[in-house]
Ligand binder design. Structure first.
Ligand code: 16G
Length: 262
């Protein structure tokens, strides 16, 4: 293996004493190197033979780890050229259109996914009651998900929906908005607030990025056409992988001025 590769990979990252199969330990090590930026987009991995020799494991184990990460979209293989780190998905979201995460990803040719971190029914907190215009003691579904683009975590979202609009949190398949539409409560417009934050160690872990990374905190209050709040969402997005794009147009008075009207 080249001396450069020797400096990146850590022999001690794998241990047969751990209760985790060696191929998963190697996959975890490679995932961390990508997350830390020590392996960048399109970097070539050493050959299977070199990795097996370096970590003193079988080539079958190396192949299984690589296969695992290809499945997650983190690595890709090119015929005859070897294994490379995939380009990290970079997503742009237009701020002026109301779309769901699933729709955002599909429109970019990425496969949307979710991992559930929790889904429960509970009594709304005072903050949730205020945001959702609920009477004290109202019940809500709390839907906590890690959102993935081509298998890579992009955000964690905690969506709160009154049980009046969503009776069974287990009824959601991939898309919350599709479930709401099917129930006759299509999200119509939303108010969104964004701010930059330093992610907590727990949030960084959930997004599989280094501790101390910057992120975007987004709060969304979504309304039905008649103005009734249908969801209140607090999300943490990876700061490095998501761009929010806003289209600005001149205000009416300014447009009239540029068009030479008095
Ligand atoms: C987006 C929304 C979120 C909504 C989710 C539904 C932002 C900041 N948030 O992530 O409020 O709950 O889409 O996605 O855009 P789904 O229909 O794919 O479950």
């Amino acid at each position: 293996m080249s001396s450069q590769a020797n400096a990146i990979f850590d022999k001690d990252a794998l241990s047969s004493d751990l209760p985790m199969p060696l191929y998963l330990q190697l996959a975890r090590h490679l995932r961390r190197l990508v997350a830390d930026g020590r392996l960048g987009d399109q970097d070539a991995l050493p050959s299977e033979r070199e990795l097996a020799g370096f970590f003193r494991i079988s080539r079958v184990t190396v192949r299984k780890a690589i296969h695992e990460l290809i499945g997650e979209g983190l690595l890709q293989q090119r015929q005859g050229a070897g294994t490379f780190v995939s380009d990290s998905p970079h997503v742009e979201q237009r701020l002026s259109t109301l779309t769901s995460f699933s729709e955002d990803m599909a429109s970019r040719g990425l496969v949307a996914g979710s991992r559930w971190l929790g889904r429960t029914i509970a009594v709304a907190t005072p903050e949730e009651s205020l945001s959702l215009a609920l009477t004290p003691g109202s019940r809500v579904c709390r839907l906590h998900r890690q959102r993935l683009a081509d298998g890579v975590p992009m955000a964690t979202e905690l969506a709160v929906v009154p049980t009046r609009f969503l009776a069974d949190p287990d009824g959601i398949r991939e898309s919350l908005y599709d479930t709401l539409r099917a129930a006759g409560y299509p999200p119509f417009r939303a108010l969104q607030r964004l701010r930059a934050v330093r992610l907590s160690p727990e949030q960084a872990r959930q997004l599989e990025i280094p501790e101390g990374s910057a992120g975007l905190y987004i709060e969304r209050r979504t309304l039905l056409e008649d103005g009734t709040p249908v969801e209140f969402v607090r999300s943490y997005y990876r700061g490095d992988a998501y761009d929010f794009v806003v289209e600005l147009s001149l205000a009416g008075w300014a447009r009239r001025k540029t068009e030479g009207e008095p």
